[in-house]
Design a protein. Structure first.
Length: 169
């Protein structure tokens, strides 16, 4: 609150209200449940393959134990990547809807820029379980680890909001 001016606070509040308007909590819950189901099924398949839960007499009828273990390892990773992609797309939608609610994209864009700079100077107390609760990504994600980020890159969010126009501080 001390870092942002009135227009920026309005932009942030509009962004957060748009998560409610766009039913992002429902969509996030559904994607989390589906990812959890995939992970549970993969875990069950992995244990079944390890402890011989699949018949070895007829290898032509289905996948063998090694294939099941590989699939059981890759399926949860794919489910998590998809879940995070959904989360990032919902952030873009919340940005756009929030800008419409506020009447201007510049309050939110300026707030994102300020909060991004502040989060680099003063690390936020966050971990992977709480990262989705922040308006900016509190964790530093580089290269392929950005696939597992709940937030899109800050520069891209600002660029989409402002249409490549300069953002004032």
């Amino acid at each position: 609150m001390q870092l942002l001016n009135r227009e920026e606070i309005e932009g942030v509040l509009a962004h957060e209200l748009s998560h409610i308007y766009n039913r992002d909590i429902l969509i996030g819950t559904i994607s989390s449940v589906l990812a959890g189901v995939i992970m549970m099924l993969a875990d069950m398949a992995r244990w079944a393959a390890i402890f011989g839960g699949f018949s070895r007499d007829n290898r032509d009828e289905g996948a063998g134990g090694l294939e099941i273990i590989v699939l059981a390892i890759l399926a949860p990773i794919a489910a998590m990547i998809i879940q995070m992609a959904i989360s990032r797309s919902r952030e873009y939608l919340a940005d756009a809807t929030g800008a419409r609610i506020a009447g201007t994209p510049y309050g939110l864009a300026n707030a994102l820029k300020k909060l991004g700079i502040a989060s680099q100077r003063i690390p936020l107390e966050a971990n992977t379980a709480t990262a989705h609760m922040f308006i900016v990504n509190p964790l530093s994600a580089q290269s392929y680890m950005a696939l597992f980020s709940t937030h899109p890159p800050l520069e891209e969010r600002i660029k989409r909001l402002t249409g490549d126009q300069a953002v004032l501080l």
